[in-house]
Design a protein around this ligand. Structure first.
Ligand code: ADP
Length: 310
């Protein structure tokens, strides 16, 4: 499948690199208003391909997106140190106004994957601007937070993150909800698994993992200015789920008719992802505090949206 990536910065190029290395697309086309950057990223990644796959990597104008089955929207302005994801909003909404129409005239049948932050709001904006079925405008949402959550639980339990089934819900940002009550490792609750491994999941351990997930982006931004490898790999995972019609469960963000009493809000819950985008929504079993936190996250996103004129 041909994949378009609009925005050839750190996140877009990391996604392209991951897709090329895994060979999960036959072709990748980078588009960026900085056309020199798009060309340079395409060449650099193309030179990695002989070591890994047969993906053809090029760069060009929006016309070159013709025939793309998926277009990743990674264009935007970067997050500055100390800046919250929501503060990025106004600047990035303008970018989407400039690009969505051009993407859809070239690739009217593509599934859109939204990666630009604040991703939930940008997903809502992309859905409205595109006029597409919300299921076809998939925000990367908490896919990365979920990966961080699984990684840290895995480290604590001494097992591979792939054996951990745990999700981060709600906003990709400060109000996100770590769904501890439904977190499992193998066939056990993480609590029971930890007890059997003699490394109990104390409140202190949970608080450390919560902090590690919730503040990972801030820590990484302080150290290297931005984050890109984790989200790049997450975007590749979504591309694979869509291009291969996998029907895998991923925590992604789409405009959802109703979550915790809040209507038409884009946020993450586990969803089945396949060729057409999101195929079904799953509402996990949560305890009361998690329900409340998810409701608060939904209301926060909704109030931001309501304040925004787009
Ligand atoms: P991130 O870390 O989120 O990838 P970057 O600043 O590295 O942030 O990348 C964002 C990319 O989006 C930049 O390469 C920038 O040139 C591109 N971009 C910004 N605005 C537009 C636009 N209106 N059209 C196309 N590309 C854009």
């Amino acid at each position: 499948m041909k994949i378009g990536i609009v925005g050839a910065g750190m996140v877009g190029s990391a996604a392209g690199y991951a897709i090329a290395l895994k060979g999960s697309a036959s072709q990748i086309v980078f588009v960026d208003y900085n056309s020199d950057l798009a060309r340079a990223q395409a060449q650099d990644i193309a030179h990695a391909v002989p070591f890994a796959s047969s993906t053809v990597v090029t760069a060009g104008d929006y016309d070159m997106l013709k025939g793309a089955g998926i277009v990743i929207l990674a264009a935007g302005v970067g997050q500055k140190p100390g800046e919250s994801r929501l503060q990025l909003l106004a600047r990035n909404a303008d970018v989407f106004r400039q690009i969505i129409g051009k993407v859809l005239s070239a690739a009217p049948d593509a599934v859109l994957i939204v990666a630009t932050n604040p991703v939930d709001i940008m997903t809502q904006i992309a859905t409205r601007l595109s006029g597409l079925d919300p299921a076809r405008v998939v925000g990367s949402g908490t896919i990365l937070d979920t990966a961080r959550f699984r990684y840290l639980i895995g480290v604590h339990l001494g097992i591979a993150p792939q054996s951990v089934h745990a999700y981060v819900l709600g906003e990709h940002g400060d109000s996100e909800v770590l769904a501890w009550s439904s977190a499992r490792a193998g066939a056990l609750s993480v609590k029971e698994f930890a007890a059997q491994m003699k490394s109990p999941l104390t409140e202190n351990v949970k608080a450390k993992i919560d902090d590690g997930v919730r503040n990972a982006a801030y820590t990484i931004i302080n150290g290297k200015g931005a984050t890109w490898y984790g989200i790049g790999a997450g975007l590749e995972r979504l591309v694979r789920a869509i291009s291969r019609d996998e029907q895998t469960v991923q925590s992604v963000s789409i405009v959802t008719p109703k979550v915790e009493g809040v209507h038409d809000v884009a946020l993450s819950i586990p969803r089945i992802v396949g060729a057409t985008g999101v195929v079904a929504d799953l509402f996990p079993e949560l305890d009361d505090a998690e329900h409340d936190a998810l409701g608060a996250s939904a209301r926060l996103l909704k109030s931001t949206l309501d304040a925004l004129d787009y």
